[in-house]
Write a protein that binds this ligand. Structure first.
Ligand code: ATR
Length: 279
């Protein structure tokens, strides 16, 4: 049996083992996906262990998406551009890093919300790691404008500069004003379970134009205050689960070469989310 896993700290609450194992089973692939809890000091040894012949690859999550890069043998251009790796593929003892987060986000927009980013104006709330991958992916998908608002403006300015330097549109904005966008994305942790901000939305959506798509990348809880505000304002909306599933589906295809059974992955993840969160 081949092995896969997620490298991070913490990883105990990750949904990836649940939906990746469901996908492997449905596709008839003799492999098992594990949670590989890895404190910073153990990262080099953990990455080294991926060269074993029975390992197909791994996912990488907080806090290792950047730190893993110098430990790999090669980097996909998209991962190099973003400066973060969420997927590692092992072939013949060589490790290659990929980033499927941004592409997973765009795939989720297209497949689950029927939204094509090309030529559209998008407002991103937040400038952390998640916002970074999404900003680059929206640029590559040819969004006409990507405005970034962040609580700490210097981080938004830095992100906009990096994306601009790569020849794509991005601009830091001082206020989160919802008018004039085809899509507004919450890339902050506001609304996430366990943060104390569960009842908050990072923006007032009442002034958004009709038809503006509101997207949250938070998936626990499924109905964040931001999504609730979108529904109150009559706006179409998309929760965080599709992005998680599609980044996993793209990783699955890189490891196995087989098409990902996306419906199976959604079902397994939704069942797990319906159960009470582990302590
Ligand atoms: P991730 O990699 O998941 O994006 P992160 O790098 O910690 O995580 O980024 C979290 C994002 O949520 C940041 O944009 C952060 O804003 P700051 O850069 O100002 O810290 C944002 N965030 C967290 N709590 C927030 C709050 N209460 N109000 C507004 N923004 C918040």
């Amino acid at each position: 049996m081949k092995r896969l896993g997620i490298i991070g700290d913490p990883v105990a609450h990750s949904l990836s083992p649940i939906f990746q194992n469901a996908a492997l089973e449905a596709a008839g692939i003799d492999a098992h996906y594990e949670a590989w809890h890895t404190p910073r000091a153990d990262l080099p040894a953990r990455v080294g262990s991926l060269r074993d012949g029975d390992v197909l690859g791994a996912n990488v999550t907080i806090p290792h998406k950047g730190a893993v890069i110098p430990l790999l043998d090669g980097l996909d251009p998209r991962a190099a551009l973003v400066g973060a790796v969420n997927t590692v593929v092992q072939r013949d003892g060589k490790l290659t890093g990929y980033n499927t987060d941004g592409a997973g986000f765009v795939e989720a927009l297209r497949r689950e919300a029927g939204f094509e980013p090309a030529g559209k104006r998008v407002l991103l709330l937040g400038a952390g790691g998640a916002a970074r991958g999404i900003t680059f992916a929206l640029g590559q998908a040819e969004a006409s404008a990507v405005h970034i608002w962040n609580r700490t403006p210097a981080r938004a300015e830095r992100l906009a500069e990096d994306v601009h330097a790569a020849g794509m549109p991005a601009e830091a904005v001082p206020e989160a004003s919802p008018a004039g966008y085809a899509c507004i994305v919450n890339c902050t942790s506001v609304g996430m379970e366990g943060t104390g901000t569960e009842s908050e939305s990072p923006i007032n959506l009442a002034q958004a134009e009709p038809g503006t798509l509101a997207v949250d990348i938070v998936y626990r809880p499924a109905d964040t205050a931001f999504l609730h505000a979108a529904q109150e304002a009559g706006l179409p909306s998309l929760g965080g689960l599709p992005m998680l599933i599609y980044q996993g589906a793209l990783a699955f295809e890189l490891w196995t070469g087989a098409p990902a059974p996306v419906d199976v992955m959604f079902r397994a993840a939704r069942e797990a989310l319906a159960r009470p969160a582990p302590p």
